[in-house]
Design a protein around this ligand. Structure first.
Ligand code: HEC
Length: 294
């Protein structure tokens, strides 16, 4: 045996162990992290133009003052979703048996370098005859993060990127026209950061500026999901630091960001998701969802 060679080999092994250990910081002990509850609801055809136009939506005047979607609607999203999914309101083509809402538990933590977000929800009952716009993925969950730069996000959340002229809205025949924000660009910092987990095709990291792009982001380390019985559990691991040029915002300790999330269930796509109202994510500071250091 050559003792020198063995020493080198041992050194190399130690180095590899150290390097991989540093890259994979331990995820939090979720049993110690409080759960925040939100009820995602089916929004039908309620784009920005509808919510802000006073003649149709009772909340439009409140939105011009200090009110926000959640200040008026937080407690009633299940009822809203029921009304809309049934076709009573805002949905010209209701799908029989479609659930109007999905209660979701959200947990968050950080370790000084990475944010961890854990979502869990019960599989809603299957609707009959819903169009399978996404043939690959039974389920997708998408998280939108925003750094207080896109006007209106603090009061209207994801509705700032939801417009009446995008694909799958009634009367729109362009299936390439995606969601966007007014005056959006990566250069100006006016964009919404997206990360997504899809049950078959896996993770993607993108953004919404003048259009939606589902690639290019580098902050998302891993999105992992699984179905345990009738429950879905998805965990996102994301670097706190992001280069804005990649469509990744930077999350800093002590600061609060806008967060919204959506679930596409039952192979749905486009607007046929269940969505959250406008919520906040605090890094080491109290918000609707608080990611404290573990
Ligand atoms: C000042 C309170 C207020 C604010 C703020 C507000 N709304 Fe409303 N919203 C209402 C009222 C009142 C109704 C019911 C009557 C109507 O349709 O105008 C309503 C109805 C709705 C409906 C139709 C479902 C239903 O139950 O009638 C949707 C969808 C909706 N709002 C979404 C939103 C979203 C999204 C926001 C934020 C962008 C928002 N609202 C902000 C008061 C508010």
């Amino acid at each position: 045996m050559n003792p020198t060679k063995t020493a080198i080999q041992m050194g190399a092994t130690a180095l590899i162990t150290l390097a991989s250990g540093a890259a994979l910081a331990a995820p939090p002990d979720w049993s110690k992290v409080p759960q925040a509850q939100f009820t995602l609801f089916y929004p039908g055809v309620s784009p920005l133009e509808w919510v802000t136009k006073g003649t149709e939506h009772g909340g439009a005047r409140g939105l011009k003052k200090d009110e926000t979607c959640k200040s008026c609607h937080s407690e009633e999203t299940a009822d809203m979703g029921k009304k809309i999914a049934s076709g009573e309101k805002l949905e010209p083509n209701p799908v029989k048996g479609r659930a109007g809402s999905i209660p979701v538990s959200v947990q968050a933590a950080n370790d000084g370098a990475q944010l961890y977000l854990r979502f869990s929800w019960k599989q809603p009952p299957a609707a009959s005859g819903a169009e399978k716009l996404d043939k690959d993925n039974q389920v997708k969950i998408t998280v939108a993060l925003e750094d207080n730069k896109v006007a209106g996000t603090a009061s209207m959340g994801c509705w700032v990127m939801c417009h009446g002229d995008v694909r799958t809205m009634p009367g729109v025949n362009d299936d390439k026209k995606t969601k966007y924000v007014k005056d959006g660009s990566l250069a100006s910092g006016k964009f919404i950061d997206l990360m997504q987990w899809a049950s078959k095709t896996g993770q993607s990291d993108g953004y919404v500026a003048d259009k939606r792009v589902m690639t290019g982001g580098k902050a998302l380390v891993e999105a992992k999901g699984e179905q345990k019985g009738d429950e879905w559990v998805v965990v996102f691991t994301r670097k706190l630091a992001g280069a804005g040029s990649d469509g990744d915002i930077t999350l800093a300790s002590g600061k609060t960001y806008e967060i919204g999330f959506a679930i596409h269930d039952d192979h749905s796509g486009g607007r046929f998701h269940d969505v959250s109202l406008n919520y906040t994510l605090g890094i080491d500071t109290k918000a609707d969802i608080t990611a404290n250091k573990q």
